[in-house]
Design a protein around this ligand. Structure first.
Ligand code: 4AD
Ligand code: MG
Length: 466
């Protein structure tokens, strides 16, 4: 007797006597002398059909409990299925209901339910075909990321989640405190009437990280090529299909890379991990191509096979300015481009992914390297269909004096970045990196239209249930 997953049973591809199988019932139908149920155990999108001789008195009491959502343990023989639709089925010898499921109350019904409704029962979503497929792809995509970097000589490093510096300088940080902040009366107050964080656990104000980049740079300037892959937090009140307050970001950082090397890496990386998922998750991808995004396979081939368009921000603005009447936000040189502009370039103009680089310094982060023109910086964004910005990166400002000037312009507290500036004081080198939003990558490979549906438990404005 052997317990195996449905995936293992189907891969084994041989009839076996006396197998043990456990899973959840998806459907049941009854014929005169036989009842058929589809079981799924999460290991694969494929169900395994079990066949119960319903004339046998020993199955009488149990049959009524073999309903959608119930969990069962089955012992039986794996035989060739005489019917069309599946190669194998299990002739049941014994069946035990592990957990009953009340059909009146079970929220996951067979009929199509909306994404909005399923978000309210996110703890049961993994039982649906769609979310199980999404979660299997998420797992494989994570693996693909680690594999890509390992195969290319990168080291996986872990940067802190609790930090005292604001990498993006955008002030979108969640505070972290050991104070009992639920009770205002307990907070220590300094002489100016502010909360006295010197009495807090770290002796200073701390936050959840918005990016591991700054610490990542310090590690790359010792190890050469590193990457981080971890949770990232942004307290921005953006209620859109592509923003979450908690998301995962992949951040490679490379010593001796310039902006062009950085763009080459981003393009190769996105192509490679997309191909990995297409090759290794074909059944799950097929579900999304069938039920979610009819153009998915073509879109993914486009991502893998085309050479991405590369153009400067200035050239992009020249194209966009001519189209201003179609945009809600009008474009001129210096505008921070919005998703409508990004999507126009990718979906209508070039019809393929686009890498836009050399943006104006006023819409860029402080650490991006200033170009000779004094107006633009060596930042780049990789834009993809339906999503817009998937990757944001840059060559870093490695010149101490220029960086300090820049930080002054940004009104930053230069003293608290002493360690970041030390990189430029001691053996500074050109270096570059980027951040890829993992959930946005999930949206790209699945065709799912809302970031809330590519996370098991989305954290978005107004919502942190579970
Ligand atoms: O462009 P961003 O803000 O870049 C950085 O944080 C750099 N420090 C990265 C680096 O150079 N190491 O963010 C990078 C990517 C974006 O392109 C986007 O895909 C994703 O992170 N992202 C978000 N994804 C979901 N929800 C949000 N609120 C996101 N904000 C950024
Ligand atoms: Mg960005």
């Amino acid at each position: 007797m052997k317990t195996a997953t449905i995936k293992e049973i189907l891969l084994n591809d041989k009839t076996v006597n006396d197998i043990t199988l456990m899973g959840w019932v998806k459907t049941r139908r009854d014929l005169k002398s036989q009842s058929f149920a589809e079981l799924n155990d999460g290991s694969t999108r494929q169900n395994l059909q079990i066949v119960i001789d319903n004339s046998d008195p020993k199955f009488q009491s149990v049959l009524a409990k073999i309903v959608n959502g119930a969990s069962v343990k089955v012992i039986g023989d794996l035989v060739q299925s005489p019917a069309k639709g599946q190669k194998y089925e299990v002739k049941v010898k014994e069946i035990l209901v592990l957990g009953e499921c009340d059909q009146e109350k079970y929220p996951i019904q067979k009929k199509k339910t909306s994404d909005e409704f399923l978000r309210t029962v996110a703890h049961l979503r993994p039982r649906t075909n769609k979310y199980a497929s999404m979660l299997r792809i998420r797992s494989e995509l994570s693996f693909a990321i680690h594999k890509y970097f390992r195969d290319n000589g990168f080291f996986y490093v872990h940067t802190p989640i609790i930090t005292s510096s604001d990498c993006e300088g955008a002030g979108q940080m969640f505070s972290v405190s050991a104070f009992d902040i639920g009770n205002i009366k307990n907070l220590p107050i300094d002489k100016d009437g502010n909360v006295d964080f010197s009495k807090d656990l770290f002796g200073r104000r701390t936050y959840l990280t918005v990016s591991g980049q700054l610490e990542g740079e310090t590690l790359a300037l010792g190890l050469g090529k590193i990457y981080t892959f971890g949770p990232t937090f942004r307290a921005e009140n953006s209620n859109t299909y592509r923003h979450a307050a908690e998301f995962w970001m992949v951040e490679p950082e490379m010593a001796f890379y310039d902006i062009y090397d950085d763009m080459d890496l981003a393009e190769d990386f996105v192509k490679n991990i997309t191909k990995h998922v297409m090759d290794n998750c074909s059944l799950d991808i097929e579900l999304f191509a069938k039920f979610v995004e009819p153009n998915l396979i073509n879109n993914l081939k486009n991502v893998i096979e085309t050479k991405y368009e590369r153009l400067t921000y200035t050239d992009a603005v020249k194209i966009l300015e001519k189209e201003n009447e179609r945009f809600e936000n009008k474009v001129s040189w210096g505008t921070d481009l919005a998703s409508e502009h990004e999507r126009f370039l990718v979906e209508h103009y070039f019809k393929k992914p686009v890498i836009m680089y050399n943006k104006p310094k006023n819409v860029a982060a402080f650490y991006m390297k200033l170009n000779e023109d004094g107006k633009t910086v060596r930042g780049m964004d990789l834009l993809v269909p339906r999503i817009g910005e998937l990757v944001g990166g840059s060559e870093r400002e490695e010149r101490l004096d220029v960086l300090i000037e820049k930080m002054k312009e940004f009104n930053m507290n230069i003293d608290s970045y002493w360690w970041y500036l030390d990189l430029r004081r001691f053996g500074t080198v050109p270096h570059s990196g980027f951040g890829l939003g993992f959930e946005r990558m999930m949206m790209l490979v699945t065709g799912i239209g809302n970031i809330r549906d590519v996370c098991a438990y989305p954290r978005v404005p107004g919502y942190a249930e579970f």
